[in-house]
Write a protein that binds this ligand. Sequence first.
Ligand code: ADP
Length: 334
Amino acid sequence: ICVILVGFLYYWKSQINKNSVLIASVNPRYQPVYTADDWEVPRENVTILEETMGHGTFGFVKQAILQPGDVKCAVKTMNTGCPEDNMVFLQEATVMKEFKGAHHIVKLMGVVSKGLPVYVLMELMELGDLKSFLNHYNERYGEKCGPLSDMVKLRMAAQIADGMTYLEAKKFVHRDLAARNCMVAADWTIKIGDFGLARDIYTTEYYHKKDKGALPIRWMSPESIRDGIFTSFSDMWSYGVVMWEITTYGALPFHNKNNEEVIRHVQACGSLDIPETMHPVLKPLTKCCWKRHPTQRPKFIQVMKLLDEYLDDNFCQVSFYHNGEDPKRSGNIV
Ligand code: ADP
């Protein structure tokens, strides 16, 4: 009986192994091939202007006029005609399609994917990226406006937190939150832009980076550096670094350390020093952003709750936190 039983068990196990096909769930938002959709804009509707806003990974960013309606926008272009590069380039637009209606996230306005060169059309952020804005603040605005006021710094912090609250609610991890990836509008409204590295964590919760490409080490949490784990909590660490950048007018974090030294420092429980000049509300907040244990860091919605007490009504009219999924009303993203 024992022999028959063992034989049966072996047979049963081998059948299980034979039948157990691994079903890998594919991220529904990932598209290896870009297909033109409702976002497609006819090429003749786009007039590119001379004004260059900056240089991206794949090509320049210029001002453009979009028809109908003569709408000013920013156009990102692709320099290379390589089809693989086009796919990677358009992946950012695919991610941005998900973020309709969030005031503090740069809006996608259209895509020209048919023919070459490929264009991604975005809301124009007239003053470019936040790092350049901060770096040149004193020469451009210092005389007229004086140093960046506490209220402006708090509003910047709140606008970035508002955009991140939206992403966190959508279960998107940015992975490259930094002043250079936040954009500034003519009225100094800050919006989160550049989703070249954004990843959907809807099904997996974590994104593990196996191949180590160009990593924004100076903005990265200890667990991202050590294990390649990126979550909304590691975005929160980066948010702390952005608070530090706002306070230091866009200085380079750990400017006196090379990349290896930064890695060693952060791994040995180090972080940036909190500047004396940091706003008293932002000091304890930034310290919390840099807690070693990811879950001890605040959530973006909690940051919004904290900053809310210091903000004016203007902010409330456009904030996702107030108008979208206010936890006081909905409760489903707290
Ligand atoms: P990439 O992701 O390809 O590296 P970025 O998004 O960083 O490109 O854009 C490069 C630069 O172009 C930015 O630093 C910024 O100065 C400018 N830029 C990007 N998007 C906009 C925009 N929507 N409006 C105005 N300027 C922009």
